[in-house]
Design a protein around this ligand. Sequence first.
Ligand code: G6P
Length: 606
Amino acid sequence: MCRIFAAALADGQVGPVLKVGLKRLEYGGYDSSGMATIDQGKLKIKKGVGKLDEVDRSVKFDELSGNIGIAHNRWATHGYPSVTNAHPQVDCTGKIAVVHNGVIENFLEIKEELAERGHEFMSRTDTEVIAHLIEDYIKKGMDFLNSTINAIKELKGSYALAILYSAEPDKVMLVKNESPLMLGIGDDGNYAASDPVAFVDHTNRVIQLEDGELAIITPKSYKVYRISDQGLVNHNIETVDINVNDVNKGGYRHYMLKEIMEQPVAISYALNLQIQYLDVVSELVRRSRITYLIGAGSSYHSCMAGSYMLSQISGLPTIPAVASEFIQQFGKTLNPDSTVILASQSGETADVLKVASYARLKASTIISITNVVSSTITRLSRAYIIQQAGPEIGVAATKTYTTQLLVYYQLAVKLAKKSGSITEMEINSYMKGLRELPRLADKVLKDVREPISKLATELKDAGHIFFLGRGINTATAYEGRLKMLEISYIPSSAFSAGESKHGPIALIENNSPVIFLAPDDASRKVMLGNIMEIRARGGKAIVFGNEVDSELKQASDEFIGMPQINEMLTPIIYILPLQLLAYNTAILKGYDPDKPRNLAKSVTVL
Ligand code: G6P
């Protein structure tokens, strides 16, 4: 977890620059934040517990002097959130400062050895051992570069590191292994960060570091080395296309609301997927004996919906699976004839990357669907499709969920075309649905505003909320439930409506709120029966259904009308009011929807 940022400026104070970048990276962790700079050969450190703004109010990051510095947002893995455990972590001499994203697996052994040699540890973090290890080599007479290289060779685990050493005050040392890290090459200085959004207003020229590489940036230069043989590496500089306005709130109170409301635009971007990529991916899937669709959190829900799309549109059976369970559940069935499609908006989720490494060993085909082109997952994949949703900062996935669904839909239509399994007329009708989607999404977001804010007022004090769907909208029920519980903290459950009579119905009491997703599809009739069952037991049926369905409306306690669209696209339209419902409920309860407690945007630990 965590996000890191480093800057070496030709001129001026680095404190304010680091603060802006860190704010942009807050989605990666907000248990604590901290910075270190070097001024006149001395290391200066400020850090504190809590969100960046709170820490800044007490420590005043802007006042950090010096033109070179490193910064960190923490999501705790080793050691409780505290000032001592906040990064930067330093060595015994107070000359070396380290910020780290990742996990050092063998830190306890290293710590013991170093303690025996007299090193004193202040924190419970795995990161602190890195500062002491480097110190140990420096004591032996090595320079900063060689000490870092020797220290790194002792580490097992994942790490993106930025390191300062006050005796070599013009350098930031950067190291990458299994955690994202890239350099930003600017005219006013050089930068490095877990994500280019941190430095995008200084430069859009980026170098992607590879695992096993170390880079040194100074205000005027940069060098990249291979750690194994210390050879210099010549990377191409790429240009990243991120608009600064994309990463600000665009006038909305929260990123989550901004990202919900920009879905019509994100959807239209995702309709322009690159044809060649869809072509390659569909060909690989077509040749495969078996295809698994794998993801975590919301991305798993998109895989659930994706499996309905692939089977119903293109007649292709696929198996959706949760990333953290996949290896135990299906690992042994992988072979060169199988394909894994890994859906991960960040492309950095550790559970998903682990499946990728495993599938690699089994020589299976790896395909990814992600929103971040520079992510680790694209580098592990034989082919990938980028969702094109733009950066998503709010922790709860919204536009990246709907755009992932769109990728699956387009893949399914492509496969159907290739296999000739459906008629030209059917293909045209599926494509027509796609073209209507941005307009319908926009309409829904406007039409449901009022009813949803009323519903949020009714539900804000609920002790428990049920979400029931059928068919492809079972995935919508799961995703709606996840949104509600992760940002409003109201305990919620989701089931396929057919399952409700096999247990969940036992919980229904007078006025228990039950949300039904009941579009006009093959299961509408049985849904009507399920609604009756719940109401007969005193439950309150809040139904999302076709706006012209008067029978359904009559059968509901509350009814929210949705436009007609082909069944396979309903999950994209029906999740929109549920995202808004979760958002409004969180606001009414006084919670910050952009930073739900205990959660992080991308979970880079297993
Ligand atoms: C975290 C986030 C979820 C997200 C999941 C998978 O748990 O809080 O919102 O769905 O990771 O993320 P990915 O980047 O792999 O889609």
